[in-house]
Ligand binder design. Structure first.
Ligand code: ACO
Length: 393
């Protein structure tokens, strides 16, 4: 007889559902670690390509391994023709996260898909590399199609972040901007069992494909309480650009019971370690412009923290989305592409988790996730309620 644990409306907070060797968060100390390495060190010394290798393969690569990995990614950046043909038919005002979620399964209809009933680790790794390579292309190509601009071929001379900006914007970014975006990609690459990663793992626990897992993760990421928050933060900043009384606006928002986007985190209770990097980056990028996002953000943050403190909610602090939105804006990334940019980073973590879910179970067989619900609906006994035919209802 299995023991059942009753958890109601907790969002599974604090419930451990699997072992994972991919990343670690200490929410009290504000620590984030990928495969043993602190993000501070990865930001200082690594690149998104190396971090992706680390997440997927579990160790830092040798120079030869990194070179081979990078070449593989570069070789897979081009999208299959049928994906581009499909995109041309889709409504131009579709939400980019929907486009991304719809496009990923189309990538599996090529020869690099997983074959057979049982997943094969080598093929899953190849598919993961393909997804890391192609998610940026999907975002950029969709943007070019929806804005009526010519699609640009990937440039093998450009690194991952730089190539994305090139394919999106049609001009080669300067080294500093490309380097900043690469750091953003490192910072977003993994985050233990967040909602989208759990969605991916849950889907592949049924032995569905890696593509099905990533597509599900994209759906979860799109929500405003998760990755969709960065887009909402930028919309808020733009709305408040000419607002004289930001403090009053924040107070009104909280008085109405509305959530302030970019504030709060399910795990970090003393601060999100990714925020400091992004705030510094935002201030540096802003020096080259006449915008005032840092000042507006500071006023929102100060007002919100004071009001949260009055309510005894001192653990609600700015999260990664609060700080990344103005950074992406200053890089020229359209507001509705901010969540897709989150995805082009997090896909490395999703794939690592999917592969771990598929292959790393200690007992040698993956567990199918299958929680229970407490039934609170109509119950008329074991025979069920009397069915009343339509005409006598
Ligand atoms: N604005 C206003 N109130 C908030 C906020 C916020 N941003 N965050 C939490 N609260 C309040 C809740 O209303 C709740 O109040 P109550 O107890 O009076 O009902 C209390 O704090 C606890 O809220 P929970 O949702 O249970 O707290 P949790 O820490 O689990 O929430 C979450 C985390 C969902 C991220 C929340 O902080 C939130 O909605 N933030 C805004 C959306 C956002 O920025 N999401 C991005 C998160 S980072 C990421 O996913 C990449």
């Amino acid at each position: 007889m299995r023991e059942t644990v009753r958890l109601k409306n907790t969002g599974l907070r604090g419930v451990t559902v699997a072992d994972s060797a991919i990343s670690f968060i200490d929410g009290e100390k504000g620590i984030l670690i990928y495969r043993g390495y602190r993000i501070e060190d990865l930001v200082a010394y690594s690149t998104f390509m190396e971090t992706s290798y680390l997440l997927l393969f579990g160790t830092l690569p040798t120079p030869e391994q990194l070179d081979s990995f990078t070449q593989q990614v570069k070789a897979m950046r081009t999208l299959p023709g049928h994906v581009i043909d499909s995109m041309r038919l889709w409504p131009k005002n579709a939400r980019p996260m929907d486009i991304l979620q719809a496009s990923v399964p189309l990538l599996s209809m090529t020869k690099d898909r997983e074959e057979g009933d049982e997943p094969d680790r080598r093929i899953c790794l190849e598919c993961s590399i393909g997804l890391i390579a192609r998610l940026p292309s999907l975002v950029a190509v969709w943007h070019r199609i929806r804005t009526g601009q010519p699609i640009l071929e990937p440039d093998p001379n450009l690194d991952h972040a730089a190539n994305f900006l090139w394919m999106l914007q049609g001009k080669k970014p300067d080294t500093a901007t490309a380097g900043d975006l690469d750091i953003c990609l490192i910072l977003h690459a993994d985050h233990t069992f967040n909602a989208s990663t759990f969605a991916a793992r849950e889907v592949v626990s049924t032995r569905a494909s890696l593509y099905a897992g990533v597509s599900a993760a994209l759906g979860a990421l799109s929500g405003n309480l998760h990755g969709g928050a960065n887009t909402k933060v930028m919309e808020m900043l733009i709305k408040l650009e000419n607002e004289p009384d930001i403090e009053q606006w924040v107070a009104g928002q909280l008085r109405r019971g509305d959530r302030l986007m970019g504030m709060g985190h399910a795990i970090y209770k003393t601060g999100d370690p990714r925020v400091a990097f992004l705030k510094t980056m935002g201030k540096r990028l802003e020096k080259q412009t006449v915008t005032k996002w840092a000042a507006i953000s500071e006023r929102i943050e100060k007002a919100a923290l004071a009001l949260f403190a009055e309510q005894g909610k001192t653990t609600i602090l700015p999260n990664v989305d609060f700080a990344s939105a103005p950074v992406y804006h200053l890089m020229g990334i359209p507001t509705d592409l901010m969540t897709p940019v989150f995805a082009i980073s997090r896909v490395a973590g999703w794939c690592a988790h999917i592969i771990e879910e598929q292959f790393a179970d200690a007992q040698g067989k993956p567990a199918l996730y299958r929680p229970q619900a407490q039934y609170v609906g109509e119950y008329c006994g074991p025979m069920g309620c009397e069915y009343v035919p339509m005409k006598t209802r």
